[in-house]
Each structure stands twice: as structure tokens, then as C-alpha cells.
Design a protein around this ligand. Structure first.
Ligand SMILES: C[S@@+](CC[C@H](N)C(=O)[O-])C[C@H]1O[C@@H](n2cnc3c(N)ncnc32)[C@H](O)[C@@H]1O
Length: 231
């Protein structure tokens, strides 16, 4: 079985949940690098086929090698491309974009939405693991018409990570600065006493105390959080 880091295991768990009731479609890993996630998804039978996209030739080759070596050469495809360019989505697909900056993620989804249209997007699940700019990602997603289904956190080699699962409903909503910076689903989990989320929030609060000096969104989020947490 393909081993994954704690961070990628968290991403994998969200893919697993996304694929729970899926009867068709593929797992598409955008920015696959080593290809481990796609290999693991196929090993566990989460999809009939997998697609990896990579902007660079070296990682694309790595992904291809990993898939062939694991015996999945005939049910996978690796494309050297920017995001999802030239890879039309199909209803039932699960798209993973992990380990990338939030702005890159927003750019990839914006272009894919334009290329594929609402009717396809409504039947695709996205698993997103931004390395930074979570607030920008969440504000974009809600404005663009996505709904937050789940969000997980983990601590891997001294770093906290989060991973969200979202679906497209086509109805634009607005979230608060607090929701953008902490995550609407994570706020609910925190309020239900989730210990991992509480540790993650402690970490965010420390980071935000410093960042608020230069970032008005973070400043407003921190103030809202303190008020809502009764501090
Ligand atoms: C830090 S790695 C993360 C790899 C893997 N997704 C993970 O979470 O472990 C980011 C990968 O995304 C690729 N990448 C960055 N921007 C991309 C884009 N716009 N389209 C496709 N691949 C991209 C990079 O070449 C790199 O291999």
C-alpha cells in the first residue's frame, strides 16, 4: 500500500469521503508531483481511473512512473498542463488540488469553471489543501457558489495543515472575515469541542496576532473570534 505523509493522509481521507457514494468519475490530482495520492486512491478502489496533471515535466514523469510501477498504467493518465487546462471534467469526478498556494488554487478553479460550465461543476467534488491564503480561497469559493461540506486539520512534521471538501451549488454567498480565516466548518467543529481544531485555532490565533498588523482581514477576523469566543 502506498504510504502517505500525515498531511496527504488527511487529503486522502477527504477523497475517500467524497468517493463514498460515487458510482462514476475519476480522481484527478492537480499538481500530482510524485503521484502517490493517485496511486493510493487506485489501490483502495476509490475510482475506476485517475488523472494527474503537472505543470512541470519532471514531476509528471515521476507521477507516470509511480502509476506504472504500481500496475495502474492502463487506468491512469498524466498530463503536463497548467491546472486543468485541456482536461475536461466529467460528472462524478473528484478533483484534488493539494500542497499549493491559495492564489494558485483560486486561479485553477476559476479557469476550470469557465472551461467546464456550471452543469459539470455541480457534479464534481473538490478537495482543496491550500498551503497559505486560506481566507482568500474561502472567500472566493463562497462568492463563486461553492458550499463547504467538510474540513479537516492535521499536524505533520511541526506544521499545521487544513484540507477542505467543497461542492458547487452556483449560489453566491458571503462569509465573514472570521469564517474566511478560521473556516466555517472548523468553527462548527471547534464549537462542538473538537480537540484537534482547538489546537489548530490556538496556533492560528498566535499567527494572526502578528499578521493582524499588516492584514485588515485578519485583524477583523481576530476581533470577531475573540468576541464570539467570549474573550
Ligand atoms: C508542493 S507540490 C504538492 C504535490 C502534491 N499535490 C502534494 O500535496 O503532496 C506542488 C506541485 O504542484 C505543481 N504545480 C504547481 N502549480 C501547478 C499548476 N498550475 N498546474 C499543475 N501543477 C502545478 C508543482 O509542479 C508541484 O509538483
Amino acid at each position: 500500500m502506498q504510504e502517505l505523509t500525515v498531511r496527504l493522509e488527511m487529503v486522502f481521507e477527504q477523497v475517500k469521503k467524497a468517493r463514498k457514494d460515487a458510482v462514476s468519475g475519476r480522481v484527478i490530482d492537480v499538481g500530482s508531483d510524485h503521484g502517490y495520492l493517485a496511486v493510493r486512491c487506485l489501490e483502495e478502489g476509490l475510482a475506476g481511473s485517475a488523472v494527474c496533471t503537472e505543470i512541470h515535466k519532471g514531476p509528471a514523469q515521476r507521477s507516470q512512473d509511480a502509476l506504472v510501477e504500481a500496475g495502474f498504467g492502463d487506468i491512469s493518465g498524466v498530463y503536463i498542463t497548467d491546472g486543468l487546462k485541456g482536461v475536461p471534467l466529467i460528472a462524478g469526478d473528484t478533483v484534488v488540488i493539494a500542497g499549493m498556494g491559495g492564489l494558485n488554487i483560486v486561479d485553477i478553479i476559476t479557469r476550470a469553471l469557465k472551461d467546464n460550465g456550471y452543469h459539470v461543476f455541480e457534479n464534481v467534488t473538490f478537495v482543496l489543501q491550500p498551503q497559505k491564503s486560506n481566507d482568500i480561497v474561502r472567500k472566493y469559493l463562497s462568492k463563486a457558489g461553492f458550499v463547504f461540506v467538510d474540513e479537516a486539520v492535521c499536524y505533520d512534521r511541526d506544521i499545521f495543515y487544513n484540507c477542505m471538501r467543497v461542492v458547487f451549488k452556483g449560489i453566491s454567498t458571503t462569509i465573514t472575515d472570521e469564517e474566511a480565516c478560521y473556516g466555517p466548518v472548523l468553527l462548527k467543529k471547534y464549537n462542538s469541542g473538537d480537540k484537534a481544531v482547538a489546537e489548530y485555532f490556538d496556533h492560528l490565533n498566535e499567527v494572526f496576532e502578528v499578521r493582524q498588523r499588516s492584514n485588515p482581514t485578519v485583524k477583523a477576523a481576530l476581533e470577531e473570534r475573540k468576541k464570539n469566543a467570549g474573550q
